[in-house]
Design a protein around this ligand. Structure first.
Ligand code: PLP
Length: 380
């Protein structure tokens, strides 16, 4: 059976040699814009591509303001600061996520709290979160306090795992009820929509990543998106060393950050954005083919987008029967030149985060033993 699967994937991608999980595609104006950028000499922190890339992202996502960052991780760090997370606060998130989410929380000196994910989204569960809040927290004034630790729960960071949107309506409602700021880690979900609205536009801040393995890439890069234009303007200010605009004076009014994406990366971003729709269409076709193919196996399930959602199918997901099947398939596929991988080691199992609170993480652990990501690059 594993041999048939490996043959199917190789045939789908149509070449010998290692088939990666997600390789970037440069088939549009990338070289043209890079040349324009170099010829202009504006390769660094200002230039027309930065402005254009932000405008393209605003148009595409429907955000009122988009602000480029050097990468998704520092965009998340900035998001934590912008919503007012402070040292000693607690921030609710998933144990099933990439480490960047938890690193950003830690840069502030805040503590993550790990809540379970849902079986239909693989992202933060509003039901599990509601239960945990109900058992552990109380609202005093407009502050949510953890009764056990005495700490303030300031923010919540759901992650749209592998591009599949979480249950946003319920999370928005829950965060409002408990006075918790919602920040969406939409690093993996550019092109994913919940009830017709782009992911990352439901919380106070959304974060997108353009790392080399994401749906589009700028080499390295990230974006903050906002519905609150004023907060977006503040983000722009803080990510550019908080410099007061002036023709020649150098005055800074806060501690700022050099987090702004260089124009040369934004040039790549503009060219990639022009192809986003065709990439997404192509990724849906691949997902459909996988779905059809895997429907013949009783012991393997292909993970489909949640109801009312349109997923970008960034990384396609198989759910194996159990841990043993997962290990066997990972071994066989990687031995045969097809790159596959399990989910990230759960955050609560890493030494840096192992002392923080969790709920029972039932579904999280269920996924940990079954998920295998399979090759998902756009096919030309
Ligand atoms: C990719 C990613 C990020 C951001 O990563 P960068 O490499 O810093 O751009 C953040 N969170 C998640 C879940 C990611 O997958």
């Amino acid at each position: 059976m594993y041999k048939d699967i490996v043959d199917f994937i190789r045939q789908l991608y149509g070449y010998e040699g290692l088939i990666p999980l997600h390789a970037p595609k440069f088939v549009g104006n990338e070289k043209k814009y890079l040349n324009e950028c170099i010829d202009s000499t504006y390769v660094s922190s200002v230039g027309k591509f930065v402005d254009r890339f932000e405008e393209m992202m605003e148009d595409y996502t429907g955000a009122k303001k988009a602000v480029v960052c050097v990468n998704g991780t520092n965009a998340l760090h900035m998001a934590m600061m912008l919503v007012g997370v402070e040292k000693g606060d607690e921030v609710i998130t998933q144990a099933l996520t990439f480490i960047a989410t938890c690193n950003a929380i830690s840069y502030i000196g805040a503590h993550p709290v790990f809540i379970d994910v849902d079986r239909d989204t693989m992202g933060l569960s509003p039901i599990a979160m509601s239960k945990w809040l109900n058992e552990n927290c109380e609202v005093k004034g407009n502050i949510c306090l953890n009764r056990k630790t005495g700490r303030r729960i300031k923010a919540c960071v759901p992650m749209h795992t592998f591009g599949h949107p979480v249950h946003l309506d319920e999370l928005v409602e829950l965060c409002e009820r408990y006075h918790i700021e919602l920040v969406e880690d939409a690093a993996e979900s550019l092109g994913s929509f919940y009830k017709g609205k782009h992911t990352g536009t439901f919380g106070k801040v959304g974060v997108i990543s353009f790392n080399g393995n994401k749906t589009i890439t700028t080499g390295g890069g990230g974006m903050l998106i906002f519905q609150d234009e004023e907060l977006g303007k503040l983000a722009k200010h803080l990510t550019t060393q908080a410099k007061v605009p002036h023709k020649w004076e150098f005055v800074h009014e806060h501690i700022g950050y050099n987090y702004r994406m260089p124009n040369i990366n934004a040039a790549l971003g503009c060219a990639q954005m022009e192809n986003l729709d065709s990439f997404l269409l192509n990724k849906r076709v691949i997902a459909e083919k996988y779905k059809d193919y895997f429907s013949q196996f009783d012991e393997i399930e292909f993970f489909c987008e949640p109801n009312n959602c349109k997923s970008n199918y960034w990384l396609n997901i198989l759910l194996m029967k159990d841990k043993e099947a997962q290990t066997d398939f990972l071994q066989f596929s990687n031995d045969n030149g097809i790159m596959t991988r399990p989910v990230w080691r759960l955050m609560n199992k890493l030494p840096m985060f192992s002392s923080y609170q969790t709920d029972n993480l039932k579904n999280t652990i269920w996924f940990e033993d079954r998920v295998v990501n399979i090759p998902s690059s756009v096919i030309l």
